[in-house]
Design a protein. Sequence first.
Length: 207
Amino acid sequence: MSPDFASKLLENAVSEFAKLPGIGRKTALRLVLHLLRQEPSVADSFGNAIIRLRHDIKYCHVCHNISDTETCALCADTTRDSSTICVVENVREVMAVEATGQFRGLYHVLGGVISPMDGIGPADLEIESLVERVAAGGVKEIILALSATMEGDTTNFYIFRKLAPYDVRISLIARGVSVGDELEYTDEITLGRSILNRTPFSDSFKG
């Protein structure tokens, strides 16, 4: 046991919190001590929420967004425009685009971007399932809303080539999002305008 801790239980709890991204040991200690000051039922509720999250969470069989059910609430919403699909890297981008209030279509979560340096290729992403959604018919437009990075652009182009045989418009969000920016950190107004002012993807590589 570290000499800084009088309790092994306290040390173990701090060590677990410190494993979370952006949480150092000082912050972890502050969080653990906060929980200790609460009623036991508060800690029980917190712990149970984490356990249930890890064991009971599902991924939508249509768009791969996180969900409590086999089909997420967005895909199940009949008022949304099923002919338009916004392609994003992960679930955080779904939340970011939804927060703009400017998009009423559906989503497709890739689960990452093509990054050879990290060992991530097209087969590691949900690209084939996107092609299958388009091939099934009814989709008129695909909006590519990946981060403006080299990996994002590579993934955009790969998807563009995969969908070339199909009669579907492929758009790219406007570059109000600066090159190199991660989509999830873009403010809602800028992101909303980028969705509304999207351009044909083919325009992005015209000289």
